[in-house]
Design a protein around this ligand. Sequence first.
Ligand code: ADP
Ligand code: MG
Length: 665
Amino acid sequence: EFAKSKSISQQRQYLPIYSVREELLKVVRENQVIVVVGETGSGKTTQLTQYLHEDGYTNSSIIGCTQPRRVAAMSVAKRVSEEMETELGDKVGYAIRFEDVTGPNTIIKYMTDGVLLRETLKDSDLDKYRVIIMDEAHERSLSTDVLFGILKKVVARRRDFKLIVTSATLNAKKFSDFFGGVPTFQIPGRTFHVNILYSKTPCEDYVEAAVKQAMTIHITSAPGDILIFMTGQDEIEAACYALAERMEQLIASTSKAVPKLLILPIYSQLPADLQAKIFQKAEDGARKCIVATNIAETSLTVDGIFYVIDTGYGKMKVYNPRMGMDALQVFPVSRAAADQRAGRAGRTGPGTCYRLFTESAYQNELLPNPVPEIQRTNLGNVVLLLKSLKIENLLDFDFMDPPPQENILNSMYQLWVLGALNNVGSLTEIGWKMVEFPLDPPLAKMLLMGEQLECINEVLTIVSMLSVPSVFFRPKDRAEESDAAREKFFVPESDHLTLLNVYQQWKANQYRGDWCNDHFLHVKGLRKAREVRSQLLDILKSLKIPLTSCGMEWDVVRKAICSAYFHNAARLKGVGEYVNCRNGMPCHLHPSSALYGLGYTPDYVVYHELVLTTKEYMQCVTAVEPHWLAELGPMFFSVKESDTSMLEHKKKQKEEKTAMEEEME
Ligand code: ADP
Ligand code: MG
């Protein structure tokens, strides 16, 4: 309502931050580093940059504002460009990995923290920025935490540089202390009371429970939009589908007019135009029901929410030392996160939060605060980056909360296996090249192996396809049809080669959109892959790496694939069941894998990642020859116990072969 009736400048003046504008600018003028604390929605992300611009900080330089999430960087840049009445990409722009929407006129640049971190590789003093705002610092994302250490040095070297750290919660003291006790500026809050209702008993199926609760609110409660927190895309889609179904049933079963419900999903892989819909006003009095991941916790603010339904769970990337990799796992959220979620209901007026867990779980089972990402994820990229910044001993780096030594060692081990580090832990030639690519180490390695094996054209496509969300479109009501369409692309020995095949066929059909629709492929995903491919190609060119091709000799491509995933090599144990060669971790072939088309299960495979659902499923799998593993990763397989099983396997094969030969004789 507010957004409808008020002009943009009136909306800006209504934000809590506006009442302290002058004071805030004064503190910025007088200090090199400050911490700004304010409730979600107080205007930190959209206003701070503009205030600084209005106060002259962009006269001969630019302002950068980092976000832990891509969606936030894009949506906030769009909003601010509207507020400043300029085209997105002109005065206000954004940069996320593989997508730079800035130009020569850009003075306010929103970007992911990962993008800024990579910029420090090229320009360690970040000379082009007059001010950096490290936004959403409370999220403690991996890149933000590394930036803390790096920016602290920039602050010491450049007297003209200003750093503003913003945080939604009150653990600002830690940030202030890290920079030697800098001032903390508090934006006065304006929030309404939120009534919190708990489940009486733990709930078994929270998707179902959330859908039911939303329907009850919609039918019986006063106007006001609903926000549901779930863990990820699959659940969100299931919930949206169920909500739509219930609405249809309701409309069919009654002669009375049923109020409209606008169901809107939001998660990071959702295409940007669909994401933007959550901010649009619902037509003729319809109620909005937004179904979100924890992206709506603090990084995106939607006005008009009166009801929050909190499942109490969220997905987190966690390094699992036993698996030797990161896995997205579902965890109960922290108490701080649950409180943030509840707060979303009290921005426009008094609200209600339905917690689908018990009060005792909240008091006794939830952690008070989330664990910073740096303490729970793979540090492969961080290690590469810090090594390339000549920080040889990572334990010397100025971390706010140092990662566990075990994580550092595990990540170094993985880099050593990939050939990026030598025996004394310094970057090898391959390691130095890997740093150039904005890719996870295994994918960078695959590319560079493509160079050696002269099939970089093919590997480049695979890496690009792995860098975008799945291109296979599988509508629930046409599942069989779409599965059949996908199977037509199968290259039976490899899901990776299947991706290559899809891309090449799309290319052969002039990159046409209608061709994608006919074959149940997301045209946007493929276009994105094409963009990523051309950007990676630019990097290859800058490194003077020629674009070699192996034509249709795809076995050599499988070799390159193999070399990227030594840590994810698995050996056949039973039907569709594998164990990781290195640690014996069980992993299963997913029914959607192309390898089912082989008619038998290969003895050795490598996989892109492991996804934990009902079982540990390997995602994106390629059959490999055991001798490739031995050939391409000799150090690794000669030192690990898995070597014995490999030798045993070879011995057994040989025995079987001799037995067969004897029989034939
Ligand atoms: P903070 O960073 O303090 O959480 P923001 O600056 O993100 O606050 O948001 C301030 C206000 O700007 C929000 O309450 C909302 O009304 C508006 N806003 C932010 N982003 C958008 C957007 N993409 N579309 C419409 N309104 C937006
Ligand atoms: Mg913000």
